[in-house]
Design a protein around this ligand. Sequence first.
Ligand code: UN1
Length: 493
Amino acid sequence: MKQCLNFINGEWCSSKSNNFIDVVNPANGEVLGEVIQSTKEDVDEAVKAAKEAQKSWRLVPAAERAEVLYKVGYLLKERKESLAQILTKEMGKVIDEARGEVQEAIDMAFYMAGEGRRLFGDTVPSELQNKFAMSIRVPIGVAGLITPWNFPIAIISWKSLPALVTGNAVVWKPAPETPMIAEEFMKIYEEAGLPKGLMNLVNGSGPEVGNAIVEHPDIDLISFTGSNNVGKIINERAGSLLKRTSLEMGGKNAIIVLDDADIDLAVDSILWSAFGTTGQRCTACSRVIVHENVKEQLENQLIERTQQLKIGDGLDPSVDVGPVIHGKSLERIHEYVKLGIEEGAKLLTGGEILKDKELGKGYYYAPTLFTDVSTNMRIAKEEIFGPVVSIIPVKSFEEAIKVNNDVEYGLSSSIFTGDVNRVFTAMRDLDTGIVYINAGTTGAEIHLPFGGTKGTGNGHRDSGVASLDVFTDWKAVYVDYSGQLQRAQIDNN
Ligand code: UN1
């Protein structure tokens, strides 16, 4: 049986725990292998190796560090298809989307490699004569990265590539559901020639490994993507130790459809953003805010098209919607659907766990549409992380903006309209980190900042140039070449 191990200080190794957890294909329940459950001692070893390796890595010129990233990019490119196959088997997303996810990692590798020749600082005039002032970026030290199963290669690329090119070392805990793709990514770093100890992989489920990373005195910053509940705990614990935290948490993203919208385009976009990745994206559309004048037309088209979606194993290229990650998730989604019905929302289609001969032992949920949802219902407020959409009717553009903003989260939002004035107003007033005009809520590109407002994050951003701010500190440097004592802020005349 395939065993997924840890990678610490350049070696593949097991853990003293000797406990393994099954890795399951959500499309058919088949056990693909097992992953080691690590302990605090494994984290200690990984941190020790990272701290030691970082001492010399920080002195390597950034352009030379970037050479490793270019190699990572080429290796990812070469193995795109096999990585996508593993991703689909382990996580369930349909194969085209898996290829798209690997592409994000490829793009991120080349983009961040470019930073090796940029990493710009600033120079500014000093207040004083014959004095030079500048600010430069410096690495922070050891970064603890905790990543989820829904984008198991893209998200670690958003975090580890900027961490490494800026001169940090990494201790990484991937999600226990997706250790096989994590292993492949780790092997690519190894083959690309990353010096030992700079990137360490510690597997595990439950809080033990995560806590050990968050609380370790030699881990200087934590970058986490995952649930809101866990993010809050990390923020408290790491915050009390004065560590930097970059947190990327949930979403309750909406697509607004106004009465001048291109309805066909809106329908295509809603289906893709709501049911792509079986609704298991932080950016997934789980609310549709529709003007009452076009509500019926939109609903009719959505019902028809939703019922045509083909559900099944993502390895079959004709499948539109794959399984959800596991049985627990299936139950949680179904609880929300039952709750929606109790709360008085009208079920238009879906609302059931799918179990027939063809789908076998997989974890499948029927793509679900609710309408006449009001903003105080829990299905309109809480992140479901599955293929469930709540349609909320509104009477005006202003009300649509208000409803969009009236949730705990603020990751992504979208508006369909042909009115340029509304486009710019929406751009300004939609309170999310990502805004789309005439496009769905998913599909963020890696060279732009990824993250959100309110309950979604804590002000930091993944990917894009903004991610450099997570992994570097600013250092202000003054060079006085006057040869005499010059006292700033004091009148020297
Ligand atoms: C996530 O769901 O955590 O914008 C990441 C998107 C993808 C990334 C999603 N590029 O939908």
